[in-house]
Design a binder for this molecule. Sequence first.
Ligand code: FES
Length: 103
Amino acid sequence: MSNFVTVCKIDEIPVGEARMFVIEGTPVGVFHIDDHFYALHNECPHAGASLAHGSIDGDVVSCRIHHWRFCLRDGTYLDQDQPKWNAQTIPVRVVGDEVQLEF
Ligand code: FES
């Protein structure tokens, strides 16, 4: 059974920005792109930097340390065809003015 947890209000993350939250002990990055919110496990698959503190360009986040790029929609590592380096996504839904993540 799904368990959605409210992490913030929609207006707490401006479009084109991200915030980091800790949900049940897990750091997650929540990204607001256009009219959608996306969430990734916040630790970069490469060496653990905070993806929420990376650079956002469209639906891509670039890690601030070594600049690996990940698709916010599905976590795909975009610099090489190496699925083992994909970021892990977390389902997001918006209910009213609340952003909720499935845990
Ligand atoms: S820690 Fe993110 S690219 Fe190296």
